[in-house]
Design a protein around this ligand. Structure first.
Ligand code: HEM
Ligand code: CU
Length: 442
């Protein structure tokens, strides 16, 4: 091994992946990674003390070739409070390196291993309590390319799913400590890609073009949950199952075990936003496991037409009865009834988005409880219900840029639901009458 050429590993932070290896022979590759303990953003308004490899969650992507001798240096920053080590699933040997890399704060350790097996492997800290070191963010991916490499693609990205267990609930603001009971119950508040809610959305979305091939190196740090990884609006042309050498084709969702991986390839044929999700779907829409690939380029209407028609649907024979088939909405005769009927309208038409206590959903749906936007101008709220709302708005200092569809409610129903909203969850009152609503109809 003394005659191997020596090189320094190129390390990248998610979602970036180091360039493919163009060597046709093994090398000695030096990898040097710091462990840190630092406060960072978990979601808007929510902070967490992350324990990291390389100062980010997930840790750096390491790329080597089968047969390489990897010389691994682990450096624990002097301001750490904990010792750390590293278990790379690409290592053949005790603890995957953990038994040789226990590193106290302000210390550095070294070991080496030969990458015997090709594939995509998870690495993680394995210092006791192991679950807590992983739950706090200590994981990443190491790719061992087969001799000859993987087939060439246009773009490669690094995606790592994991969960966070915090005192309090999803979205509770402030610096949130680790919650051991939730971790034992495997009931996280957050399930995320690349270390935080929104790490792959909005300005952080990844981009590609129609006609390009994309490869995602997908890892799952856990610590507990298995991912049903799926890209909405795509089909994986090729999957390297569990990151190994078994190749599958035409896959909709692929399992990514905790402490495991998958490599997925697909060709882009249609422009628009593709959404990465864990298809255990409450994790995606309620706990953060969402990402976006925005695809540019021209649409091929044969691949995907877009909406071709929208119109009234009258089931056979019902054309004349349609009006009488719609249950008449009850007419409130008192403020109590307006509240009661309004609550029913709310539960059927609003709650899915604005939530049961009007608290909204961070990053998606603004609150109606104590919403300055609502309470400042209840006339405007009538228009929001009649016409829908799109574009940037600010509610209690937070910016939303979503789309609310127009509701299809009668004047009576709009009056009832707004009266209910204006007198619930800390909102201090106000009555909307059906006549007020009628005055807003164009
Ligand atoms: C915004 C009420 C249904 C999604 C708003 C606002 C009000 C409101 C008053 C203004 C912002 C605020 O005060 O927080 C209602 C009521 C509903 C209803 C009473 C039922 C009758 C829905 C539904 C959805 C939705 C079903 C999801 C499909 C949104 C979004 C915004 C919004 C995304 C922000 C739009 C933007 O960013 O421009 N809603 N809503 N709403 N609503 Fe609703
Ligand atoms: Cu650790």
């Amino acid at each position: 091994t003394d005659d191997l050429p020596v090189e320094q590993a190129v390390l990248t932070m998610a979602p970036q992946v180091p360039p493919p290896i163009d060597r046709d022979h093994p090398a000695k590759v030096i990898v040097s990674v710091d462990t840190t303990e630092q406060i960072g953003r978990l979601a808007d308004g929510v902070e967490y003390v992350f324990w990291t490899f390389g100062g980010s969650v997930p840790g750096p992507f390491i790329r080597v070739r089968k047969g390489d001798l990897v010389e691994f240096h682990l450096n624990n920053r002097p301001d750490s409070k904990m010792p750390h080590n590293i278990d790379l699933h690409a290592v053949t040997g005790p603890g995957g390196g953990a038994t040789s890399s226990f590193t106290a704060p302000g210390h550095t350790t070294q070991f080496s291993f030969t990458a015997l097996n090709p594939g995509l492997y998870v690495y993680h800290c394995a210092t006791a309590p192991v679950g807590m070191h992983i739950a706090n963010g200590m994981y990443g991916l190491i790719l061992v390319e087969p001799e000859g490499g993987y087939p060439e693609v246009d773009r490669e990205f690094y995606i790592m799913q994991s969960e966070f267990y915090t005192k309090g609930d999803f979205g509770d603001e402030g610096l949130r400590p680790f919650d051991m009971e939730e971790a034992l119950a495997e009931n996280p508040d957050y399930v995320v890609f690349n270390g935080s809610v929104g790490a792959l959305q909005g300005d952080n979305s990844i981009h590609a073009e129609v006609g390009e091939t994309v490869r995602l190196y997908v890892g799952n740090g856990g610590p507990n949950l298995v991912s049903s990884f799926h890209v909405i609006g795509e089909i994986f042309d090729t999957v390297y199952v569990e990151g190994g050498s078994l190749v599958n084709h035409n896959v909709q969702s692929t399992l990514v075990p905790a402490g495991g991986s998958a490599i997925v390839d697909f060709k882009l044929e249609a422009p628009g936003d593709l959404h990465l999700v864990d298809h255990s779907i409450f994790r995606a829409f309620n706990k953060g496991a969402l990402g976006t690939i925005s695809v540019g380029g021209a649409a091929d209407k044969v691949v995907y037409s877009g909406q071709q028609y929208e119109g009234i649907y009258l089931p056979e024979g019902q054309a004349e009865q349609v009006v009488s088939n719609v249950p008449a909405s009850p007419v409130a005769t008192s403020q109590e009834e307006r509240m009661l009927f309004g609550q029913r309208v709310y539960e059927r038409n609003c709650m899915a988005c604005h939530q049961s206590q009007g608290q909204g959903l961070p990053g998606a749906f603004p609150p109606l409880a104590e919403s300055d936007y609502l309470l400042d101008d209840t006339d405007r709220a009538i228009d929001v219900l009649l016409d829908g709302l799109a574009g940037e708005i600010t509610v209690n200092g937070v910016t939303y840029n979503g789309v609310m569809p127009a509701t299809r409610l009668t004047d009576e129903e709009v009056a009832n639901v707004l009266t209910y909203v204006l007198n619930s969850w800390g909102n201090e009152g106000g009555v909307i009458e059906p006549a007020d609503v009628a005055g807003h109809r164009a």
